[in-house]
Design a protein around this ligand. Structure first.
Ligand code: ACO
Length: 355
């Protein structure tokens, strides 16, 4: 028998492999390929950041234009897929995105081509699923790049001037080393399965309220917080019941999620008087005082998207449409230096039973 190593439940603080894609630095900054994610959000486009994550370097001008064009060319979805969605009429956008990606009639044979297609179609799949379910005509997006086009499909059209804030959020959602969905993708990739199957594992994992799904649950309680006393009462009650407050806490960030603070800063600039923003700050202050729990990116992401006139059903697809570029990079990092991921369990059941 090989030596047994017992590790923490939930693999907390356990390093399971190497990655050169992203990390959190000792000063608490999220780095994409060595650059601060918040700097990329401020200064670079979605496409250039995605190129960096996938290829390990920022694109030159020609590469940047080519990559942007390639995404644009792949954003449209097949007529037959649109027909299926009209018949299927699914309400749950993530479920439909997962189903449609697994069914998609891919013309490309090579893995890079498959990824480029999957990387590009989530915006249109989300928008079409929503419109098919609500009996509305399909809407083609308009805009210069990936996030602007997505924004035009899903927002109420009153905040066109704030499209760049949406793009910054999408950049910050793009990658976060071995988070649950990426790890699920890497487990699948480690069996040397195809990219579509690996992405379906990741999409299935980016759904529960503990990872991904929190951003659409935040608004369920924020609307009822009208004062600091409401915030205090809400937090006290949740803690008393031993329940989690969505949009707070993080496996990696125990003091400050840099993405949350960046999006909060963005909101301060564009919507300082927004009531949901003020409610979130009141909860954040009290939860920090009471339990030293910081806000995570999902808290302020939800508020930003609400302010930008985006329906809540799109919040998680926005996360997926961005994180898929990280999954793309992780798929190849895993298969190019592979060992099947197959841990062991400590058996606590009975033994030696007789029949
Ligand atoms: N509300 C109340 N208490 C919390 C919360 C929360 N949101 N998060 C953590 N805690 C408490 C736990 O109850 C625990 O307290 P205890 O030590 O008194 O038992 C302590 O803080 C440590 O929490 P864990 O759950 O052990 O932390 P873990 O690293 O396992 O979980 C997680 C991280 C899943 C994100 C957790 O904080 C959580 O459930 N948050 C709410 C869901 C959420 O917002 N998810 C989005 C994450 S960000 C993203 O996916 C982009």
């Amino acid at each position: 028998m090989a030596e047994i190593v017992k590790v923490a439940k939930g693999l907390e603080n356990v390093v399971v492999d190497k990655t050169a894609i992203a990390t959190t630095s000792s000063s608490g900054d999220l780095l994409y390929r060595g650059y601060k994610a918040i700097d990329l959000a401020e200064k670079k486009s979605f496409e250039d950041t995605a190129f960096l994550i996938i290829n390990g370097k920022l694109p030159n001008e020609a590469e940047s234009l080519r990559f942007k064009q390639a995404i644009r060319n792949n954003m449209k979805i097949d007529h037959s897929v649109r027909e299926i969605m009209k018949i299927n009429k699914e309400k749950d956008l993530m479920r439909n995105i997962r189903s449609m990606i697994s069914l998609y009639p891919y013309a490309e044979k090579d893995q890079q081509g498959l990824f480029l297609k999957m990387d590009s179609i989530i915006p249109q799949l989300s928008s079409d699923t929503h419109n098919a379910f609500n009996g509305k005509p399909y809407k083609d997006g308009e805009g210069d790049g990936y996030s602007d086009t997505f924004f035009s499909m899903i927002s109420d059209g009153k905040h066109k001037d704030n499209a760049r804030s949406f793009q910054k959020l999408m950049i910050l959602y793009m990658e976060h080393e071995f988070n649950a969905s990426t790890f699920a993708l890497r487990v699948a990739a480690s069996t040397l399965t195809d990219p579509v199957s690996a992405v379906c594992s990741a999409l299935a994992t980016l759904k529960g309220p503990l990872h991904g799904g929190a951003n659409s649950e935040v608004l369920e309680y924020l609307g009822s917080i009208k004062s600091k006393d409401d915030a205090k009462n809400y937090v006290d009650e949740k803690i008393l019941k031993g329940e989690k407050i969505m949009g707070f806490g993080h496996r990696v960030y125990k003091r400050r999620d840099p993405r949350a603070q960046f999006v909060k800063g963005e909101l301060k600039k564009i919507a300082p008087d927004y009531d949901l923003f003020q409610a979130a700050e009141a909860i954040e202050d009290y939860l920090w005082e009471k339990k030293n729990l910081p806000a995570n990116v999902d808290l302020y992401a939800a508020i930003l998207m609400k302010f930008l006139g985006i329906d809540e059903s799109f919040y998680l697809p926005v996360f997926a449409a961005s994180r898929i570029y990280g999954w793309n990079a992780h798929y190849f990092e895993q298969v190019n230096n592979n060992k099947i991921i197959r841990p062991a369990a400590e058996y606590v059941g009975p033994e030696n039973l007789t029949l």
